[in-house]
Design a protein around this ligand. Structure first.
Ligand SMILES: Cc1cc2nc3c(=O)[nH]c(=O)nc-3n(C[C@H](O)[C@H](O)[C@H](O)COP(=O)(O)O)c2cc1C
Length: 265
């Protein structure tokens, strides 16, 4: 089994996040042999932030000015049977280096490719912010096709207290077992209403940007997605799909006649 680890911390594999991921991998090894690829997002040399040129979307990912530097992460994700995305919590959300990694793969929202690959999410913190960090990562990587099979937020200082350490160890045991079974069993989860809305919003984006560049639309054409309800052959629940259709209708109407409202919190 090939496991890819994307580590979004400047403290590398020996920091708190890297250590928790290592604890997880040790447990995965108790179930099966694994080859592990690790990418530390700080080592990718992606510059201060994504250049925001949108070339990856309009001309293809090879047009990104940082494509070579980002390629170890892309190769890791392409080769993996399971990917662990791990970040420290910084100011109540994911680290900036992890966000920069996510931004460099924004084209995957338009051209997702990781359906059927399970992911595990890990965050570490002094005490708070796991919900925002892990919630964001779960949403972002789902748009790329991955499905999350386990997530764990650990407070580093708490690990010195035996009762907390025991709970973390139990959670790691459970996640390792779930992840190995997810890889062995294969397959895709049934798409949720949120997934189906995501599919329709992606289709809308791709349709509306056809004139900016042919890459996204060609990708969708090749896969027949313009005529589909979902990206894969997974069974699409009827009620959820009808709801997603209603939401799409509203969004289309809002865009067409300007009736959508600005977000006010
Ligand atoms: C800039 C910065 C912001 C942080 N913000 C938070 C935070 O909002 N909540 C929290 O509980 N810990 C916060 N921390 C603590 C780290 O999340 C914690 O030490 C983490 O386990 C470090 O992991 P690492 O060694 O893998 O980098 C912050 C640390 C830094 C450097």
């Amino acid at each position: 089994m090939r496991v890819g680890v994307v580590l979004g911390t400047g403290h590398g594999e020996k920091g708190t996040t890297g250590t928790v991921v290592d604890d997880l991998l040790q447990r995965v090894r108790q179930h099966t042999e694994i080859d592990v690829d690790v990418v530390c997002t700080d080592d990718l040399d992606l510059g201060p932030s994504c250049p925001a040129c949108l070339a990856c979307m309009t001309a293809g990912e090879q047009a990104c000015p940082n494509v070579d530097n980002a390629s170890p992460a892309r190769e890791l994700m392409d080769a993996a049977d399971l990917v662990v995305f791990a970040t420290p919590v910084h100011s109540f959300t994911l680290s900036a280096t992890m966000k920069r990694f996510v931004d460099h793969f924004a084209y995957l929202i338009h051209r997702p490719r990781y359906f059927g690959t399970p992911a595990v999410l890990v965050s570490t913190a002094a005490g708070a912010g796991h919900d925002a960090a892990l919630g964001y990562l779960e949403t972002a990587i789902r748009r790329w096709g991955f499905h999350t099979v386990g997530q764990l937020g650990v407070n580093g200082p708490g690990l010195a207290k035996p009762p907390y350490r025991t709970k973390v160890d139990l959670a790691l045991d459970e996640i390792a077992s779930t992840a190995v079974h997810a890889v062995r069993d294969g397959g895709e989860p049934t798409p949720t209403t949120s997934d189906l809305i995501g599919f329709r919003v992606a289709r809308l984006l791709v349709e509306s940007s056809r004139d900016d560049g042919p890459v996204d639309a060609a990708y969708w054409d090749e896969r027949g997605w313009f005529d589909a309800d979902w990206f894969t052959d997974a069974k699409v629940p009827r009620v959820a799909n009808a709801l997603a259709g209603l939401v799409e209708g509203r969004i289309r109407k809002g865009i067409a006649n300007g009736s959508s409202k600005p977000y006010r919190g």
